[in-house]
Design a protein around this ligand. Sequence first.
Ligand code: PRP
Ligand code: URA
Length: 210
Amino acid sequence: MQKSFTLVDHPLVQHKLTLMRDKTRPTANFRQLLREIALLLAYEVTRDLPTELREVETPLETMQAPMLSGKKLCFVSVLRAGNGLLDGMLDLIPSARVGHIGLYRDPDTLEAIEYYYKVPHDINERQVIVVDPMLATANSVSAAITRLKKDQPKKIKFVCLLAAPEGVAAFAQAHPDVPVYTAALDRQLNDHGYILPGLGDAGDRIYGTR
Ligand code: PRP
Ligand code: URA
């Protein structure tokens, strides 16, 4: 069982996601919509960040007011499509640290192949939010988080845009301790591991490579 699974069904998120699914949506517009949704998802996934009271002088008096506490958050983007979500998250939390994990799916086996790994040196003192728009078989994000766990971040959450039921089940087996946030849970995977109805290949649609 997944520790927690959150479907972000806010009307703005759902409206923008429907626009993104449209196969005639131009690349620039697709990327902008993803950025806008990412900001809204970031708002949801950071709801429980710890705060502490600090003294502040308003023009009228001194008060104790809440500020974020602890080390800055770290986003970890699963390349390359993760970067499409990352941009909107950084719009909301510009001081966050950022790590990157490069993975691609072997088109025949659908296994994730790692080609790059770089995260902040003190990641063991930070909360991490892993971002990748698509949770299909879950091979990619499961491999990314298995690698990340070796560096022992304080806490890990995962944010995606679309999830397939097969991927949610596989991820729950691999990393039941990692909360998942998604904007939609679609119907199923096709024989090539694509999400149905989905939105196609996220990386290609973000960067216009096909
Ligand atoms: C896409 C997507 C995920 C992965 C999801 O990446 O961004 O990382 O597929 O599929 P899975 O859950 O079955 O592993 P892709 O391999 O197409 O690489 P790209 O981001 O470089 O285009
Ligand atoms: N990766 C994508 O980009 N899209 C899918 O539907 C599945 C995996």
